[in-house]
Design a protein around this ligand. Structure first.
Ligand SMILES: Cc1cc2nc3c(=O)[nH]c(=O)nc-3n(C[C@H](O)[C@H](O)[C@H](O)COP(=O)(O)OP(=O)(O)OC[C@H]3O[C@@H](n4cnc5c(N)ncnc54)[C@H](O)[C@@H]3O)c2cc1C
Length: 441
């Protein structure tokens, strides 16, 4: 192997660090992969040495951190090319969404990227991928056209939907992610979107309850072209918070409408009537400006998060959310194309979901003991239980919460059984276990 980094190397800390800083992977070895061949060699080395393998791109989705084994860092494997004729992009394992958004926009196209353009496009997509345009276009995973992957036998494979040679490997990888191999590149479909009617409305703490109630009722009768979410954020009085919101709690409704501006304005009117807006950025914007909709943090930090997948969001569920204190509450509206049949079936679950409700404790110092945070998160999840599907979104399972029991909830029961069987076929030694693991059945 060209390059391999040990625990005592000066490069060890930088090569293992990603966006999540609460706890980091602590593998025995790190391979900074710069080519698909580097990935193949790393997997071959791990297989021969009997080492478990972890893989990391931007590191927003760190699961239970590895304490052993080999970590493949894909940051250097990050090219993006767009084919405007087929409206597809080929994205390498370490590419970030902002790269894909910029390349696609040159051809009047857009990817199904999410709230933060700093997230790794490949892990996001293989974990489902809940995009800003989720309701008109479905999960980002539904756009996967081809996969280049190195499987546990260290073989590079090109996998497509309905592929006779590789059986169900496509179905398993799209949703099952690194349980079935290390993906070196994806080919994904892009959508013909240059502009959206979108942005965010911010309300002060005194209107947060009304904002959540109004938004929840409003989502009951929207066209699929409208994707939205709401967050109630208690900003700390600290430099990492936007200056205008420091020390304040605000409610923010985020909008991305792929229909016309006039219709968008009509649809958003009831939200604008909630009360005085601290900020209103909703208008026609190029998709390249879509990061401003959620305005997610861009600096690496520690965070603890939990979520529930909800069937519906009646007033009693809204009240349960309004009882939460001390953490960020975010609710995303699902449904639309997320619930419709896909052109290329995959193992992503939660097709019956109406909403996702997340709780986030951000700004945690590395090594923070999360014991004191858990009760508030658990109480909120218990309070939402009457409306919960019991499901989980794989992409929103972080750190200590990414246990095999929680991972199981990301899939339909029959799909999970099939994934466990395929795991036995493709990775019988569970070499790929330092992840959102599906153990061998
Ligand atoms: C601020 C923020 C905003 C977010 N917004 C959204 C959103 O809008 N929608 C949404 O769906 N999710 C969202 N997420 C979740 C995010 O999509 C997932 O955490 C995703 O895994 C992040 O990709 P990454 O490269 O940053 O993560 P990483 O931590 O690098 O990867 C996560 C996991 O993916 C697997 N993986 C990584 N590389 C490969 C590979 N090459 N082959 C196979 N498996 C691999 C590994 O198991 C790894 O542990 C958000 C997260 C944060 C922190």
């Amino acid at each position: 192997m060209k390059s391999i980094i040990h625990r005592n190397s000066q490069l060890y800390d930088t090569e293992r660090a990603g966006f999540q800083r609460l706890a980091l992977h602590e593998p025995d070895l790190v391979v900074p992969a710069a080519s698909p061949e580097d990935v193949r060699e790393a997997v071959a080395h791990a297989a021969a040495a009997g080492l478990p393998v972890a893989v990391q791109a931007a590191g927003h989705g760190l699961p239970v951190p590895a304490t052993e084994g080999l970590l493949i860092n894909t940051n250097r494997l990050s090219s993006v090319t767009v084919d405007p004729v087929t409206a597809t992009a080929r994205i390498e394992a370490g590419a970030r969404w902002h790269q894909v958004i910029a390349e696609a926009a040159r051809h009047g196209l857009a990817p199904l990227s999410g709230s933060s353009p700093g997230v790794g496009a490949v892990p996001y997509t293989l974990g489902g991928g809940l995009s800003l345009m989720a309701r008109p276009y479905g999960y980002a995973a539904d756009q996967v056209r081809a996969i280049d992957v190195v499987t546990a036998d260290a073989e590079p494979r090109h996998v497509t939907p309905g592929d006779d040679l590789h059986g169900d490997l496509y179905w398993a990888l799209v949703g099952g992610r690194s349980n079935f191999g290390v993906v070196t590149a994806l080919e994904i479909g892009l959508v013909p979107v240059e502009r959206i009617y979108g942005g965010a409305l911010y309300f002060d703490a005194g209107h947060a309850g009304e904002a959540l109630r109004t938004w929840a009722a409003w989502t009951a009768s929207l066209p699929d072209e409208m994707t939205s979410s709401i967050a109630i954020i208690p900003f700390p009085d600290a430099p990492q918070a936007p200056e205008r919101f420091r020390g304040r709690t605000v409610a923010t409704v985020r909008i991305a409408f792929t229909g016309g501006a006039e219709e968008g304005e009509d649809l958003v009117r009831p939200l604008r009537a909630i009360g005085p807006r601290l900020v209103d950025t909703v208008g026609v914007m190029p998709y390249t400006a879509s990061a401003s909709i959620h305005d997610d943090p861009t600096e690496p930090a520690g965070y603890y998060a939990t979520h529930s997948v909800l069937r519906e969001l009646p007033p009693a569920a809204v009240d349960a959310l309004l009882d939460v204190t001390g953490c960020v509450v975010e609710v995303r509206h699902l449904g639309g194309a997320l619930s419709k049949p896909q052109s290329y079936p995959n193992s992503v679950g939660n097709r019956d979901a109406g909403y996702s409700a997340s709780l986030l404790s951000p700004g945690l110092a590395p090594g923070t003991d999360t014991t004191a945070l858990r009760p508030a998160h658990d109480r909120a999840r218990d309070a939402l239980a009457p409306w919960s599907t019991g499901g989980r979104l794989l992409n929103f399972l972080y750190g200590e919460n990414a246990t095999p029991e929680e991972v199981r909830r990301a899939y339909e029961p029959a799909d999970y059984r099939r994934l466990a069987e395929l795991k036995a076929e493709w990775d019988p030694r569970n070499m790929f276990r330092l992840n959102h693991n599906i153990p061998v059945s």
